[in-house]
Design a protein around this ligand. Sequence first.
Ligand SMILES: [Zn+2]
Length: 316
Amino acid sequence: MISKTKSLLIFSFIIFTTQYSQAVNAYTDFVVTPITKNIYSIVSPSIGLPTPENEGWNSNIHFVVTENGVLLFDTGSSEVIGNKIKKAIQSITDQPVRWVINSHSHADHWLGNAAFAGVEIIATTEAMETMKKYGNDDVAFYHNVTNGTIGITHLVYPNLLLKEPLKRNFGGVEVELLFANNGHSPGDILMWLPEQKVMIGGDVLSSDYMPMITDHGDIDGLINTLNLVVQLNPSIVLTGHGSATTMSSVIRDSELLTSVWEQVKLDHKSGHTPVKTLSAVSVKLSSKYEPLYKDFTTQLDRHVKLMYQLKGENEE
Ligand SMILES: [Zn+2]
């Protein structure tokens, strides 16, 4: 049985991703992109639904090579993908992966943990609760939609659970794990490298595409987190989907979300409908934001409807 929340999650995911299904790139080998000294990304060419063609690989991972091992941020959507990530990292360094961070509980960011069983795997307590609840369903869902091309995945859960943000030195590299106020999903974390001024954001931050709001995220929390990131003034921003970017994307997302959310709150209070709000925000925001996102028009509609839904739920 899939719960109501679970089907909503999948439904939101499908709405979010269907528009890309025609444009999804064919599956390609994992390519490691150097970002700055000792920081690397493996960017998925596909950000849409997991499909037989992309073999379920639809999210980015990032890693830091330290003097004492590799710190990995996210592990992809399956054990096979996790093993490919491991192999790609070995093409860069002889250091083993010693620490894994799971940015959040969505399947495409942690099901690859199985390839790193035995190392320290860090996530928040809240993310872990969601993983435990939906992990088996997620494996089955990914297996089905990829016609099994994703392979067999064993669930390996985080083994160091955070109840509060953490500052820690990993192999000589200062790292801060920041809580994202449940902006995208319960228990999201961001990884901040203060010396390099690199912010790694999972799905809380976006580059080419509209912010990834969800029906179990917190819009105010997301806006607050984006503003916090801006205050930290990162030079490089790495995201869970799409290419590397800079702080200008974070400012853009914060301003856009604030505009739409304020309008929804106002209109919802006045008893208006999403259709009326959509037309108002389209007129107000399109000329500025349409050139800044690859999916502005289709996602604006989803944003307004989802914000109305969240506003309604808050008041129940
Ligand atoms: Zn996500």
